[in-house]
Design a protein around this ligand. Structure first.
Ligand code: GDP
Length: 364
């Protein structure tokens, strides 16, 4: 499963946020294929459409789709040189698919800041520079290998060498690899290097309760400016309140959010942002036994999507009966949608869309 890794300097609120995540935790019996690891928190992906489908179908069971966050502790200045838990930290971050960087934007004299004062940009740069240094090392090692081959005009090596040079230049200028404009082919070439600064990033500005209600503060504005330069998203959260929200569900949660005057829990915003950062979408299966949401990657075809449910479904895939969520809602029920010709039979080449309600047909 895809996962977003939570990073940040000490005392910025990472553990508080991660506690909220595990507290909100999904019913793990429903997700036997999810990672069992104390550093992984599994949350349900909030989706209004699932509730609407449930009302329509009245199934025995409802299962939301889930998303994983991984707590990656241990970044300090000098990590790329192996200081602190440096190497371990970097190898953990190499395994995640996207990065969520928690940035301290709250003042509290009782809580020490590692560098003495609250300065979000300085904090972000400490972390980003460590990742850049680590990538530079990776790229330089690789360059040393392919350079000779490239000079002997080996076609693949020439292509790789040119991409590496572009990335190396960016990194040397203290810019992340993701800032380099690469074609999909070029991206494929460097994919195997698992560069840390190639991973998509998202910032969580952690503010006090008062500032959350204000929508931010001057620290948050700085983070927004910084993030805008790399086209990254910033989500304003108050980790402490998230812990409280995470204990609530359904009506209680809605009432609490209303009382606070906020639209959506920070955690739910983080889940949605991670989803879009990773190019994920949701399809549904809706039977009387179970209505369920499933996560897939945009661009996946019907058999691959069937394989998410069970590998046998992919192997024996015959067809998918598909209706778009909006069409189904408009028709009122599956039978009516069929009568209106809204339920399509799709084959192996069908690219699934967000909101598809599907019934897979397969041979076993
Ligand atoms: P970590 O080292 O990044 O994991 O940070 P922690 O989550 O342990 O938080 C460090 C301290 O900051 C703890 O005492 C938290 O209670 C406190 N803290 C976390 N979030 C907030 C917040 O939004 N506002 C305030 N005032 N304190 C917070």
């Amino acid at each position: 499963a895809l996962t977003t890794g939570i990073v940040g300097l000490p005392n910025v609120g990472k553990s508080t946020l991660f506690n909220a995540i595990t507290q909100a935790g999904a019913e793990s019996a429903n997700y036997p294929f999810c990672t069992i690891d104390p550093n992984v928190g599994i949350v349900e992906v909030p989706d209004e459409r699932l509730h609407k489908l449930t009302e329509m179908v009245q199934p025995k069971k409802v299962v939301p789709t889930a998303f994983e966050f991984t707590d990656i502790a241990g970044i300090v200045k000098g990590a790329s040189k192996g200081e602190g838990l440096g190497n371990k930290f970097l190898s953990h971050i190499r395994q995640v698919d996207a990065i969520l960087q928690v940035v301290r934007c709250f003042e509290d004299e009782n809580i020490t800041h590692v560098s003495g004062k609250v300065d979000p940009i300085d904090d972000i740069e400490v972390i980003n520079l460590e990742l850049i240094f680590a990538d530079l090392e990776t790229v330089e090692k690789r360059v040393a290998r392919v350079e000779k081959l490239a000079k002997s005009k080996d076609k693949e090596a020439v292509a790789e060498f040119s991409v590496l040079e572009k990335i190396k230049e960016a990194l040397s200028n203290e810019l992340p690899a993701r800032s380099v404009d690469l074609t999909p082919e070029e991206k494929k070439i460097v994919y195997g290097l698992h560069l840390l600064t190639m991973k998509p990033i998202l910032y969580a500005a952690n503010v006090s309760e008062e500032d959350l209600l204000e929508g931010g503060n001057e620290h948050v504005d700085k983070v927004r400016d910084y993030a805008a330069r790399e086209q990254a998203e910033v989500i304003v959260i108050c980790a402490k309140i998230e812990e409280e929200i995470a204990e609530l569900e359904g009506e209680e949660k809605i009432a609490f959010l209303e009382e606070l005057g906020i639209q959506e829990a920070g955690l739910d915003q983080l889940i949605r942002a991670s989803y879009s950062l990773l190019g994920l979408a949701t399809y549904f299966t809706a039977g009387v036994q179970e209505v369920r949401a499933w996560t897939f990657r945009k661009g996946m075809k019907a058999p691959q999507c069937a394989g998410i449910i069970h590998t046998d479904f992919e192997r024996g895939f015959i067809r998918a009966e598909v209706v778009a969520y909006d069409d189904l809602m408009e028709a009122g029920n599956m039978g009516a949608a069929k009568e209106k010709g809204k339920v399509r039979l799709e084959g192996k080449e069908y690219e699934m869309k967000d909101g598809d309600v599907v019934h897979f047909r397969f041979n076993v």
